[in-house]
Design a protein around this ligand. Structure first.
Ligand code: SF4
Ligand code: SF4
Length: 383
């Protein structure tokens, strides 16, 4: 299996439509190209694409390809069950909605100190065991969002967990808040193959500020990089993650055909990073840390529970764009995002979003910064 997978969480959407209004002709093209290049792995979850992800997978892949042409991972998310009795019918429904017949991998989704007690008290892993015996789930795994010590506890108590999906990218590798390196090393200590999510940190590592881009350009010139090797910032970020020992798969939530064409070109005959490339990424990382960007990955776990309907990651993106690139359009996008959702200052401090955030961001305090930057200006203009 080639070690690059297609995450179905940022599929193209119809112009003016919401996240769930998938542009199927475009999505078909992306899937067809991905499979035509010899890649097979898809990652889905019930909550992605405003709840339409599993049905989209059925339409894009299961109805159009034989079952042996793809490998599929689906997940059990705590938001979709209340009691132990809910879990089996939920998984049966996921099998039906995806049309996949069986799951190659089935993960407990977004495991952390917050969600794990519910998985445990509802006996989620016990329920998966007989499904595995019946061949409906081939392998059991977890997608993980917490520190290494807690992962160690979980993997020690549950050796039946076969694979671990983690957030891993060059910006988070040494970040003590995210503990990417520690989590990776813990999974490997338990001999678990590792799957990587967010290799480009929700797009942050693909849109580098000018000074960081100059480092990449210099590198490409020096190495006379051919396009099939990958020369974009995203290509280096994906290859960084894939270069580590024990990485089974690097996932990308691709949004258009160009991304699929580019990513498959350099992951087809994958070449690990060389020392000069590592050195350049170190430099890029130093520049990024100095720009003070909010490390939000746009996973959107925070938005569904917000009583004020604040488009939290979009407002953070506006602030990042203003800080990193001094981008003129960020004020405009702030207005667009707050026209269809609450303003940063509408936050009522309930804290739900912070409980849901896998990056452990202090969302409320960051929203105050957002309001300070964007809403002061509005007040001055008398809006
Ligand atoms: S703390 Fe603010 S942003 Fe977070 S969920 Fe509550 S109202 Fe929404
Ligand atoms: S604030 Fe946290 S939960 Fe919300 S989108 Fe960003 S990283 Fe995800």
């Amino acid at each position: 299996m080639k070690k690059f997978g297609f995450g179905f969480m940022r599929l193209p959407t119809l112009p003016g439509g919401g996240e769930g209004d998938i542009d199927y002709p475009k999505a078909f093209e992306m899937v067809d190209y991905f499979l035509s290049q010899g890649f097979t792995y898809f990652d889905i979850a019930r909550g992605y694409m405003e709840g339409n992800c599993e049905a989209a997978f059925n339409k894009c892949v299961a109805q159009r390809y034989e079952r042996d042409k793809y490998v599929l991972t689906d997940k059990l998310t705590v938001d979709y069950f209340k009691t132990r009795e809910d879990i089996l019918p939920l998984i049966e429904n996921q099998l039906k909605v995806t049309g996949a017949g069986y799951f190659d991998y089935y993960f407990l989704h977004s495991v952390s100190r917050l969600t794990y007690p519910k998985f445990l008290s509802c006996g989620a892993l016990e329920i998966l065991r007989p499904l595995k015996e019946k061949g409906l789930v081939k392998h059991i795994g977890i997608s993980y969002h917490d520190k290494s010590d807690f992962l160690d506890e979980i993997l020690t108590a549950h050796p039946e967990i076969e694979v671990v999906q983690i957030q891993f990218n060059y910006a988070d590798y040494r970040d003590t808040g995210i503990d990417s390196r520690g989590v990776y090393e813990t999974a490997r200590k338990h001999n678990k193959p590792v799957l990587v999510m967010e290799p480009v940190k929700g797009g942050i590592l693909s849109r580098l500020p000018e000074r960081a881009m100059a480092v990449i350009s210099e590198l490409n010139e020096e190495l006379s990089v051919s396009p099939s090797r990958g020369s974009s910032p995203a290509s280096y970020a994906i290859r960084f993650a894939a270069s580590f020992e024990g990485i089974m798969m690097v996932l990308s939530g691709m949004n258009n055909l160009e991304q699929v064409v580019e990513n498959t070109s350099f992951m087809k005959d994958f070449v690990p990073l060389n020392p000069r490339e590592y050195e350049a990424l170190e430099k890029v990382n130093e520049i990024l840390k100095a720009t003070d960007a909010i490390p939000c990955t746009n996973c959107r776990y925070c938005t569904s529970g917000c009583p004020q309907n604040i488009r939290i990651p979009d407002l953070f993106a506006c602030l990042n764009s203003k800080r990193s690139f001094n981008e003129w359009g960020s004020e405009f996008y702030y207005e667009v995002n707050t026209a269809s959702g609450g303003k940063a200052s509408d936050c009522i401090d309930c804290g739900q979003c912070e409980d849901a955030c896998p990056q452990h961001l202090e969302i409320r305090s960051l929203l105050r910064e957002v309001a300070e930057v964007f809403e002061k200006k509005e007040e001055e203009n008398g809006n």
